[in-house]
Design a protein around this ligand. Sequence first.
Ligand SMILES: NC(=O)c1ccc[n+]([C@@H]2O[C@H](COP(=O)([O-])OP(=O)(O)OC[C@H]3O[C@@H](n4cnc5c(N)ncnc54)[C@H](OP(=O)(O)O)[C@@H]3O)[C@@H](O)[C@H]2O)c1
Length: 383
Amino acid sequence: MPEPTILVIGLGHLGGVTLELLARQDWVGKIIGSSRDPERGSARCNLARLGAMAQGYPADIEYLALDLRNVDQVADTIQRLDPDLILSTASLQTWWLPELLPRDVASRLSRARFGAWLPIHLTLNMDLMRAVRDCEYVGPVLTAPFPDVVNCILDRLGLAPTCGVGNIDEVVPKVRWLAAEKLQTPASDVDVTLVAHHALQKAVFRPVTDPAPVAVPPFHLRIEHAGRDVTEEIGGAGLLLEPSALPGGPAWGFLTAGSTVRLVGAFLSKNESPLHAPAPGGLPGGYPVFVGNARVRPRPLDDLSPGEAIQINERSHPFDGIHAIEDDGTTVFEPVTVHVLREELGYDCTHLLPQEAAERAGELIDRFREYARKAGVDLEPTH
Ligand SMILES: NC(=O)c1ccc[n+]([C@@H]2O[C@H](COP(=O)([O-])OP(=O)(O)OC[C@H]3O[C@@H](n4cnc5c(N)ncnc54)[C@H](OP(=O)(O)O)[C@@H]3O)[C@@H](O)[C@H]2O)c1
């Protein structure tokens, strides 16, 4: 196959770093970077081009202004470009803004759980997938915004992206690293198999500075050393949940981008690779997967049936504030999520209908910014 063309939509904190890393891969042909704001987006693409060239890569990068809210324009553009893969990191607001609030305020608001921000992450993915459905593009679409839940909702609407990125695959390296240290062996000798939802991250990445216990959603973990199951022997679950010394906020983009670049490479390869990814084919949560030849499929496991794996992830939704996802894609929130948003932001939403996502996202963003302003934090501009 000739060197592939990748369309990267969203060039913010995650999309920008992912673009930089993709520009330094010798299996990548052309990259089309796109976002809403041409000034900001073309500057980001120019920087990636210069950085890659400085490192010795040819870096064929082009910028294209695209507004995902304009579904017809996006469908026409995808049809014309016909890329080999679409990666979208576009979102109406990034995930770490609440961390900028004063500690006590941030802590009060975080009781709402991550799913509270659902409409912000859902809106543009839904627009993108409508555009994909409206054109003849049949290649893979990978998405970053909260795929463990968003892609599951889109699946109910017949709009599931091919796969999500990040999340479960950010946890796997932590376990491999700590297991390898415990076994005093190179990480390359350790195999980790994990079934887990985005909601597990809160427990997995508890900071060492604040290791207060948090609720732990269900998960399935198997650690193998040289083909032998050592999960119990080395206290695998304890390693998974050990507090970590890691920075907060946008620096995390490198972890997600590292995982994303590997996943993109696997999609564009003829051979199947065993990886981990969230939401393969719109399933809830994250799974061990086989990826190759533009396709993804959950990896069959010896010790867990496909139904049991899905159940683990469905039972994890509430830990992210999601009570249920109904057949028509309506999301019912956990009572605590509704209560905290009502008390803190004056935002009232017990059910999110997909067709109301954009309007609810706009209201949530406005109320959150006003809340931050009252707490003495000005959130403009965000990049
Ligand atoms: N799955 C994971 O592991 C993982 C990890 C990290 C982040 N994320 C998610 O990834 C998403 C992006 O995070 P981020 O930190 O990169 O956010 P960000 O810095 O705010 O970037 C958002 C990007 O989306 C673009 N965008 C906004 N509205 C658009 C529209 N209508 N059409 C086209 N592009 C539009 C923005 O373009 P303009 O600059 O032109 O406005 C910007 O480039 C968030 O949902 C975040 O939660 C997922």
